[in-house]
Design a protein around this ligand. Sequence first.
Ligand SMILES: Cc1cc2nc3c(=O)[nH]c(=O)nc-3n(C[C@H](O)[C@H](O)[C@H](O)COP(=O)(O)O)c2cc1C
Length: 310
Amino acid sequence: MARLELGRLGVAFAGPVVLASGPVGFGLELASVGDMGRLGALTTKTITRLPRAGNPAPRLADAPAGTLNSVGLTNPGLEAFRERILPKLQDLGTRIIVSFAAADEEEAGWIAQELGRTEGIDALELNLSCPNVEGTRPALEAGMTFRWVRACTDQTLPLLAKLSPDSQDIVGVAEAALRGGAAGLTVGNTIQGTRIDWNTGLPVFARVFGGLSGPALLPVALAKVFALRAALPGVPIVGTGGVTSLGAMLEMAMAGADLVGVGTGAMVDPDLPWRLTAELETWLVGREIARYETIISCAHRGGLAVVHGT
Ligand SMILES: Cc1cc2nc3c(=O)[nH]c(=O)nc-3n(C[C@H](O)[C@H](O)[C@H](O)COP(=O)(O)O)c2cc1C
């Protein structure tokens, strides 16, 4: 047996695998696939103050080694989420991270306050980085990130700031989020991409650009997590982007992720989060590593040779 549990953000997680926001919706269908209590946490689909229909079809397109999406934050809105969905999530036996987005920082602050007084939520994730909606992405700019996060931290739940790998200065943006009161970082969202339908000569998506996820994103996400861990040693990081195998999950942890987000991988293969958890435990036992936690950030500390020496 190896110990997978870890405490971050003041929350005890049963393991490092976190369902990323969106690809599996609110995660309710996955409850029939495996024991949610084995997973670290479920991040909800991003919710907004009012219901959102999202973007016109098509919303998904293939990419070499990945997926492009242009969903556009389809969700039933805060009230329906609180009344109809959250009570069902609370029965799943896993930690619940509620993702939210807003039109401006005042609205973001208002939603954070509302969620902050709602029972049964373990943490919040402020989606600053969705490439598929109108308006700018706050995560592309440090000043905006600071203001948005600051507006959301006058409540008691720990707040993760979800950053964008598209950001030119992700360390500067992360530092701004932490100054604003973020308790941790989710790194990160999809990166902007597009496809052209060469039969029509037109972009596939009505909004032209979509977000690239899946294995194609892995090296980019790893680079951002590595750079952030090097700059910000103690900060909790949820490393998300392209994790679809045990090897990719180990890379993400070794680069600096405390928790590892799985999105597209779980959408394509619903059993994956549980398989990753079981394979991680087997791998740790095979390497005679007693605790998952000891491999986190080991790429910054002399690698597995150092882990084995401890
Ligand atoms: C279909 C789909 C819907 C998504 N919806 C959201 C969302 O509502 N909020 C959000 O923060 N990220 C959303 N994402 C981004 C994922 O949470 C994740 O950050 C990204 O896909 C990279 O991880 P992955 O390669 O494991 O999918 C979505 C991704 C996909 C593919």
